[in-house]
Design a protein. Structure first.
Length: 98
């Protein structure tokens, strides 16, 4: 088991803001039938009922909201497994685009 290192305070704040933005976006999406308000940032979305169809809808909503395109290497179950993973992926994409 690996040791989880804490992120600098500024990074934690950005992640929380990103996760909140993602949570709000996905909560309002009719094709993604999950109660995001009841899920922790690290909760497994697939275990909570996320289907492959809903994951595609989620990816499309995220691409539109953040004006990004997920690279093929990120199109994995792991990328979309939790709000925290999604936030990290979107952050990586937007940093590369900047």
């Amino acid at each position: 088991m690996g040791v989880r290192r804490s992120k600098p305070q500024a990074q934690q704040g950005r992640d929380a803001t990103m996760i909140d933005r993602i949570r709000t976006l996905l909560s309002g999406h009719p094709m993604i039938p999950l109660d995001f308000s009841a899920l922790s940032d690290d909760a497994n979305l697939y275990d909570a009922g996320l289907t492959s169809f809903a994951s595609v809808q989620m990816m499309l909503a995220l691409e539109e909201e953040f004006d990004v395109e997920f690279p093929e290497a990120m199109l994995t179950r792991r990328t979309f497994a939790s709000l925290a993973n999604i936030a990290e992926a979107v952050s990586q994409i937007t940093r590369k685009a900047a």
